[in-house]
Design a protein around this ligand. Sequence first.
Ligand SMILES: Nc1ncnc2c1ncn2[C@@H]1O[C@H](COP(=O)(O)OP(=O)(O)OP(=O)(O)O)[C@@H](O)[C@H]1O
Ligand SMILES: [Mg+2]
Length: 237
Amino acid sequence: MQSDFVSTVSHEFKSPLTSIRQLAEMLQADMVPSEDKRRRYYDVLVEQSERLSMLIDNVLDFARMEEGRREMSREAVDMKSLVEDIVTEAQHRVVHEGFTVRTELEDPLPSAFVDANAIRQALNNLIDNGVKYSGSSREVVVRSFRENAHIVIAVRDFGIGLAPEEANKVFDRFYRSGGELTRSVKGTGLGLTLVKQIVVAHGGDVEVHSEPGRGSTFSMRLPLVADPSVTHKRGRT
Ligand SMILES: Nc1ncnc2c1ncn2[C@@H]1O[C@H](COP(=O)(O)OP(=O)(O)OP(=O)(O)O)[C@@H](O)[C@H]1O
Ligand SMILES: [Mg+2]
């Protein structure tokens, strides 16, 4: 598992780095004559650097969570602005691939006692998956609503979906579906593990509903108020 991990992660790091390097070298050598093409290369540079940052954050934060070294710093957060903010950024990242990421937010949405950065990372991972495993669909919907003493954030896609026996495993560390459709998409199998770690550290839980060929909904259920019995230092989940 360990050496598999090192090789998968290194491989994942390598491909954005290689394209960043190639494009930067071409720009540096003045080998891109058209302004249009240069613009496009700059976009790819930004995009690939963002991808690399997310990957590195995922790996570092996964390790921190595993070792109980990541402290959640929770405060009252306006969930509506937070979710809108994250979705706007995500929409910006994928719009040129013809994707729409849209929100359906209950109004009003209460404030919750959360670590905004951690929730941002978790939601970004869910949106990233919704886009990656979208098959031929080009839409991802982020819903958020109150359910008793919890706030739910659900990410729905209309993509490749998961077989029931796989749905139980997707939150396991390093798990990636064996299907050909998944294999054709890049990933380390850490995103959902991190999502679950973050939600559990908030005293909440995660859920998946999925149907092969029809799409998936991944939900995070977060308690609105901090539960004093949930410590922020955790061992293995
Ligand atoms: N929205 C989705 N639709 C279909 N399958 C999904 C979806 N999200 C996750 N999966 C399956 O669950 C697996 C684990 O997801 P996870 O996000 O943990 O890893 P990953 O996307 O492969 O890599 P990364 O670490 O870059 O996120 C995926 O490889 C895929 O097989
Ligand atoms: Mg992922």
